[in-house]
Write a new protein. Structure first.
Length: 76
């Protein structure tokens, strides 16, 4: 499966879904994906609302883990 992120930031609108995809790319094991994801995140850093938008995928991830733990019965 191929994945690419366009730079500059105007090419990809600053949305939680796009930030999530860029984070996935930046944390990849493939060097090209790491570079493109990192460049996209850097391009967005100067845009208004970047840091609040960056929180949304983190909250999604934490919520998914919470649900997994809840259904697995590992919560106290």
């Amino acid at each position: 499966m191929e994945f690419s992120v366009e730079v500059p930031g105007e090419a990809n609108p600053l949305t939680p879904q796009q930030v999530y995809l860029a984070l996935q790319s930046a944390s990849s094991s493939q060097q090209l994906r790491i570079q493109t994801g990192t460049k996209q995140l850097q391009a967005w850093e100067t845009q208004h609302g970047y840091y609040s938008t960056l929180q949304v995928p983190c909250i999604w991830h934490a919520f998914k883990i919470l649900l997994i733990m809840l259904f697995a019965g590992t919560l106290p």
